[in-house]
Design a protein around this ligand. Sequence first.
Ligand SMILES: C[S@@+](CC[C@H](N)C(=O)[O-])C[C@H]1O[C@@H](n2cnc3c(N)ncnc32)[C@H](O)[C@@H]1O
Length: 205
Amino acid sequence: MPSSAGHRRFAAAWDWLSRHESARERRLRARLAGQATGRVLEIGYGVGSNWPHLPADVDYVGIEPDPYMRERAERHRPPGRELDLRDGDAQALDFPDASFDTVIGTLVLCTVPDPAAALREIRRVLKPGGRLIFWEHVNARAKAGRLALGAITPLWSRVGGGCHPNRDTLQAIEAAGFAVEDLRRGKIGPLPAISGVARPAEAAP
Ligand SMILES: C[S@@+](CC[C@H](N)C(=O)[O-])C[C@H]1O[C@@H](n2cnc3c(N)ncnc32)[C@H](O)[C@@H]1O
């Protein structure tokens, strides 16, 4: 895990990067966060990059375990908007079962130490018929790409706030009992990425 100086530097870097996202990335955030409905939980909200895209009528709770991210996010709180922001860990959510209509997780399952535990928790707190909205960079599908991502992971993780660029996150979402809808594949810089919506499998249409 990165040191706390590492976390502070990463939060500053992420803040800068988030303010300089491409128009395509902003459109993607708008498409994803814009689908949120009802009571919404965002895991690992970072510096709040999805906030400008949330529908006005959602009831939003965000959790973020990194104090440096939380401090930076405060600077980007949209004026006049009620956002319930808390310290928290996606692997042990401090919310009752079936308490959210939507969970948003963007670029976060690469960093959570145990993504399977986080996905179990997300499933637990989603209401029947609720939706997980996700955007994640993921492992390559081709062998050469997997080898390359595996090779850079130790250093990448050290400078990238604990991020693992070589996770099979789509498989992890499905293994956690979600049915994935509207899966889209793309890239974030050179990294393969996926986005979409997933519902607890028994509630899938
Ligand atoms: C690359 S940043 C992405 C931030 C934001 N979701 C976004 O889309 O810009 C990864 C985030 O995951 C958060 N994170 C790491 N471990 C976590 C955990 N166990 N539970 C919730 N969030 C976590 C980090 O603190 C960081 O804010």
